[in-house]
Design a protein around this ligand. Structure first.
Ligand code: MG
Length: 384
């Protein structure tokens, strides 16, 4: 059964189904205005439904005369909306679909996404043990343990996680910043220092910020071009980072954008902070506790309340929803797991040591997920 519309916009036949996070189907009798046509896909704004059904929102819908509701597929569908042939996904249709989707907000991580973390973090990692040893009040003893702790952190990741608020928030070896923090935990544990969790967290937080001031600037190739490209779409582009706003604004200012103020930076996002209880927002409170990750032998936690609070503020400010948001980051758990669980499109920027479970998780998102090696590829994906 195919979707079709009369000249008045009344949908005359049934089109069933939903494309991932995207448009829902139409019912016979729905009234709709055609708002765009691209590569054979017609986009309509549904102005009157024959029956109220929350499953059929959002109201922006796209179809072709031979529309299989899954993005990337063309071909006949049966009365239940299932494909009746085995045609493989078509890249041109997928691209067209993405092009007509209403992306309303682009969210970017910074460290490791715009930058080469390992290169940029090298001076951070060089300064870190000195700063931590001084702050912990045990210079010589600290150095005796440092290299061994770093080696153990590398060897035990990703099962060994960046533990914050009692949860493993990310692989311990994901980048130099996390690696140093987790190695510091090992040394402090071995020396019996700062054992009280709030004292430990404060020590780690302050040392992280002090060492971050030493980090170099090593942008990924094409970072400026891609960011300018994204800004030029007219879609709001924001950076949400665990690093301090001040440090990242400084780095964005050095990228070479025509107008760096076009990109707002929200620092100290605490994407690592996982909380169990409800927070009074149905989108968050309805999330499962964890995501299945067969190739990760520890839980992958979803309920990142501080990150959600930042996202919710941005959605309210920009009139966006999770389904009209795309997020790009280099650490799946920190940057992408939460927005993906809420329905956002997500792109994983591959690191030198990206883990298989991270690529698995993105692949499981189907059309809503992408793994890239270059921000320019992300920009092309967003533009469709
Ligand atoms: Mg990052």
């Amino acid at each position: 059964m195919y979707a079709a519309a009369s000249e008045s916009g009344a949908v005359t036949q049934k089109c069933v189904g939903s494309g991932g996070s995207g448009p829902a189907g139409l019912l016979a009798g729905d009234k709709a205005d055609v708002v765009d046509e691209h590569a054979g896909i017609v986009v309509v704004l549904v102005v009157d439904r024959v029956e109220a059904d929350p499953q059929l929102d959002p109201r922006l819908v796209a179809w072709t005369p031979e529309f299989d509701p899954r993005p990337g597929r063309l071909g006949p569908v049966d009365a239940e909306g299932a494909a009746t042939d085995d045609a493989p996904p078509r890249a041109d249709v997928t691209a067209a679909w993405r092009g007509v989707m209403t992306t309303q907000l682009i969210i970017l991580d910074f460290d490791g996404t715009f930058t080469d973390s390992e290169e940029e973090g090298a001076p951070f990692a060089a300064a870190y043990p000195r700063l931590m040893a001084a702050a912990a009040g045990a210079p010589d003893a600290f150095y005796d343990h440092w290299e061994g702790a770093l080696a153990a952190t590398r060897a035990e990741s990703p099962r060994f996680g960046w533990r914050m608020n009692g949860r493993d928030a990310a692989p311990a070896d994901a980048d130099p910043y996390i690696r140093c923090s987790m190695a510091a935990h090992k040394v402090l544990d071995a020396l019996g220092l700062a054992l009280d969790p709030p004292v430990r967290d404060k020590l780690l937080g302050e040392t992280y910020q002090a060492a971050y001031a030493h980090s170099a600037i090593a942008f990924r190739p094409g970072a400026c071009e891609a960011l300018q490209d994204l800004v030029d779409t007219g879609i709001p582009v924001v950076v949400v980072t665990n690093s301090s706003t001040h440090h990242v604004v400084r780095k964005v200012g050095q990228l070479g954008l025509r107008d760096a103020s076009a990109v707002k930076v929200f620092g100290n996002a605490m994407k690592f902070w996982v909380e169990d209880g409800p927070i009074g927002d149905a989108r968050f409170d309805g999330l499962p506790e964890r995501e299945a990750a067969p190739r990760l032998d520890r839980p992958l936690w979803l309920r990142r309340s501080r990150y959600f609070a930042r996202l919710a503020e941005l959605w309210a400010e920009h009139g966006a929803t999770p389904a009209t948001t795309v997020v790009c980051g280099d650490i799946y758990e920190l940057d992408l797991a939460l927005p993906a669980a809420l329905g956002a499109g997500v792109a994983l920027m591959r690191r030198a040591n990206t883990y298989a479970f991270e690529e698995d998780a993105v692949a499981a998102k189907g059309e809503r997920g992408l793994v890239v090696d270059d921000l320019r590829a992300f920009a092309r994906w967003v533009r469709g």
